[in-house]
Ligand binder design. Structure first.
Ligand code: RTP
Ligand code: MG
Length: 140
């Protein structure tokens, strides 16, 4: 298996409830290593750019509003098969469909405020990491 890096966001519902440490405990417990991390407050523009793939979707306005309404924690996670592994640990987008033990089952409030983002493919992981981190900020 390949050692990969993926991009993660602990979303505003996590920073608001002060549960970022609890989320990180599940990430680390799953064998993923947090090799870069910082707290930022996204502008609307940054949130729009980040989720541009969804701009025609009915939930886009609400998504951008939520993602820019409070601070987030952006991260780079490293590990074996990190991209798929983190998607497993996150659980389904809608917490009602998420498996027990996943981050979204444990912590998500609803389908929009669902606690975490994770890249869905290696191409998107590279682009998303580069959007928030320079190479010397990632310490593997
Ligand atoms: P993410 O990109 O944040 O990791 O989430 P995902 O791949 O599991 O889901 P995606 O389809 O990419 O949707 C991105 C985010 O948009 C919000 N959403 N709201 N109201 C709704 O029906 C709805 N559907 C999606 C969620 O915050 C979702 O994570
Ligand atoms: Mg997605």
């Amino acid at each position: 298996m390949a050692i990969e890096r993926t991009f993660s966001i602990l979303k505003p519902d996590a920073t608001r409830r002060n549960i970022t440490g609890k989320v990180n405990a599940l990430i680390e417990g799953a064998g993923l290593r947090i090799v870069a991390q910082k707290r930022v407050h996204l502008t609307r523009g940054q949130a729009e750019t980040f989720y541009a793939v969804h701009k025609e979707r009915p939930f886009f306005g609400e998504l951008v509003e939520q993602m820019s309404a409070a601070p987030v924690v952006v991260q780079v996670l490293e590990g074996e098969n990190a991209i798929a592994r983190y998607r497993e640990v996150m659980g389904a987008t809608n917490p009602a469909n998420a498996a027990p033990g996943t981050i979204r089952k444990e912590f998500a409030l609803n389908v929009g405020e669902n606690t975490v983002h994770g890249s869905d493919a290696s191409e998107t992981a590279s682009v998303e990491i580069a959007q928030f981190f320079s190479g010397n900020e990632i310490v593997g």
